[in-house]
Design a protein. Structure first.
Ligand SMILES: [Zn+2]
Length: 271
């Protein structure tokens, strides 16, 4: 039995250069649908590679914005997907535990403050010295469960950061950042081919890719767009990475909806 977990975001897919994808205004709907289709194709390439490699289960986590982006009806029927309104629980890497054999991350973007990266945002600060992107934080959360991150796709800058921290991880560059909203990109079909090959190679080498483990105790903070500005006045402290990360996330306004209906038209996703 082998279970592969596919974590996803959208800013790192081939062809994506703008943040304007929250669907809050009607003029963005066509753009939103198009990007969701392109995301779905890349995720499908990763899932197909995992199944062809021999995975019995492929769990997909739709993890961008409202977490309802992937056109799941287009994924292989063997997949299962975690999606929909996040917040108030361990929503990041939802349902991830030690029964997973390998983490794959698709559509990843560089951390806030990264030059020549496409849509760089969010930066985890650990113990005041270590900076992590969402991709390497996901790898660290997998590492908490002693699960290796075997393949990451995105722009050249996120792939560079991943390989700085996890040299053995397979990385798939689908575009090269020129500026924050400008890139040289592969065509989607070529990106999907490379993702298929990268995920296959990563899974074949999984036993040789060490889980990314960050020793504790931890003091965490997060920056959104400006790497110099942290959102918590005091670092969030704890000895257990999984618990501390989720306590931090669930104390943010965007991670804590409570029973508020986020499909209410009055709700505004933070800019
Ligand atoms: Zn995102």
């Amino acid at each position: 039995m082998a279970k592969v977990y596919v974590h996803t975001d959208i800013e790192g897919i081939a062809g994506y250069v703008f943040f304007m994808n929250t669907g809050q205004s009607m003029e963005n709907v066509a753009h939103l649908q198009r990007m969701n289709h392109l995301l779905t194709q890349e995720v499908k390439a990763a899932c197909t590679a995992a199944l062809d490699w021999g995975a019995d289960e492929v769990w997909v986590n739709d993890s961008h914005g409202f977490c309802y982006n992937i056109l799941f009806e287009e994924l292989p029927k063997q997949c299962q997907i975690m999606h929909g309104r996040p917040g108030c629980f361990d929503a990041w890497l939802s349902c991830f535990d030690g029964s997973v054999d390998a983490l794959v991350s698709i559509g990843m973007h560089a951390m806030a403050g990264t030059p020549h990266a496409v849509c760089p945002h969010s930066r985890w600060h650990i113990n005041g010295t270590l900076a992590l992107s969402e991709a390497t934080m996901a790898a660290a959360l997998a590492g908490y469960h002693r699960v290796p991150c075997v393949c990451v796709s995105g722009d050249d800058q996120i792939c560079r950061e991943v390989n700085d921290k996890i040299p053995a991880c397979e990385t798939v560059v689908v575009k090269w950042g020129i500026a924050a909203q400008n890139a040289r990109s592969l065509m989607p079909a070529a990106a999907c081919e490379r993702i298929y090959r990268g995920v296959t190679a990563g899974l074949q080498r999984a036993a040789d890719i060490p889980p990314y483990v960050i020793p504790g105790p931890y003091r965490l903070n997060i920056s959104d767009r400006d790497p110099e500005v942290t959102i918590f006045p005091e670092d969030i402290a704890g000895d257990d990475l999984w618990e501390t990360v989720h306590r931090a996330l669930n104390s943010t306004t965007y991670g804590h909806y409570g029973q508020d209906a986020i499909d209410d038209r009055s709700y505004r996703w933070p800019a």
